[in-house]
Design a protein around this ligand. Sequence first.
Ligand SMILES: *Cc1c(COP(=O)(O)O)cnc(C)c1O
Length: 502
Amino acid sequence: MNDDAYDKGTVAITERDFPLGRDSFDPASEPTAWLWQRVLEVLGAERKQISARPVSAPVDLGRLRSAVGSYDFDEPAKPGVVIDELVALLRESTVHTTHPRYFGLFNPTPTLLGVVGETLAAAFNPQLAAWSHAPAAVEIEMHLLRFLGGRMGYPADEVAGSFTSGGAEANLTAVLLALTRMWPEYGTAGLRALPGRPVLYASAESHLAWLKIAHATGIGRDAVRLVPVDAGLRMDLEHLRAQLDADRDAGDEPFMVVGTAGTTGAGVIDPLPELAELCREFGIRFHVDAAYGGAAVVSDRLRGALTGIEQAHSITVDAHKWLSVPMGAGALLCTDGEGLAETFRVSTSYMPADIPDTVDPYTTSQQWSRRFMGLKLFLSLAVAGRSGYAEQLERDAELADFLRRRLVDSGWRIANDTPLPVVCFADPEADALSTSESWAHHTALAQSVVQSGRAWISPVRLNGHAALRACVISHRTTPEDIDELVNAVNEAQRAARPPAAR
Ligand SMILES: *Cc1c(COP(=O)(O)O)cnc(C)c1O
């Protein structure tokens, strides 16, 4: 079907045949084919038109609410009509993370095979709580976890772990595992049985999911030490050591240090080997939060940046970030299958009995009923091959280098240092401003770029200093898109000279 026919709505003729009501749940083959054709047309048009559309547009909240609210679900509605209306809402009121000029928060343009995998997983709907209900799905996921763990540097046949809803759940899993391993009594008697307050360390540039995790696990938000960073935005080892000593002296119980491999703000990688060494010295757990940066292990060229990650007790990596599968798919990797089993142990009469040499995911992870998250990654990896993935990741890194050069040529200052494609840059003209004025200035620049619809970037505070942040993450991004971004920020800067420079 060509776009013209779609635009004129002429393909909707066969919609007459589509059954409504409960008959729509599983229609006979012809209406089904018509519906898939419809979806393909939507996706085809989306792919063709996306780069000509604004990356984001202002939201008319009243209109959005009334369009959504117009559905009272009393009467069945024609699927083509509903799809058209909802797709229109999605097009209008979404920050288009699949746009080639979305330089945002680690949200990728999903791979085609990832979308196909998501569809197949939804249709087969295997229940991954118990191995016996979904042997193929569980084995597919375990194979992937061993692949990822092996690339991280774990002995592949010792890898244990689970797919999670995302990085936040994977990090939560790491804390539960650490508490259980450090204090076996934690699981039954709770935190009150511990000799002191467990304290967790992450850098001031780490992802703040740690605060929610501290809240949820009962160690409390005050038990998260956000360790200052050095000039390179990496966790400062001297500060860390001093804090560990001080906490021990005060009777607290340091139990886990988090190294971030790819900070959310600046894509910076903490000094992993040194952190591993320090954790050994203190006899505490070492976790690496590589939610974004972990993907780099797929590339032989980029992988060296994560050296030391193999020494971590546990690793978080998100497939829905730089591995570009649709949300949500995170993973917790470790080599301590027994520890996971101890952390999430439970046995019930209504769950299928265990089968020798297999693991029931519900006994080694936070979730119970669980969707098949691994299929979209498996299909994407199998079809692109590791080499195809590596090529894409390296290309992103090269585009980021190109962006850095273009920005420097235009007079911007690069504000972070990382091999990953996260580019933070500051306006030197704002150097004379106060911290809050500089923040206001950079925020206004980002807003002006976003409002133009030409690109999506964000303001960021790095160790207190304001900057702009652009992450190259879409496989659709080209050098021309980088040029367009640079033009957009340059024009925004010209239009909004900071007060001191006027
Ligand atoms: C994105 C991110 C998280 C949170 O992961 P979700 O997938 O959003 O749950 C945690 N840590 C880091 C470093 C991240 O980049």
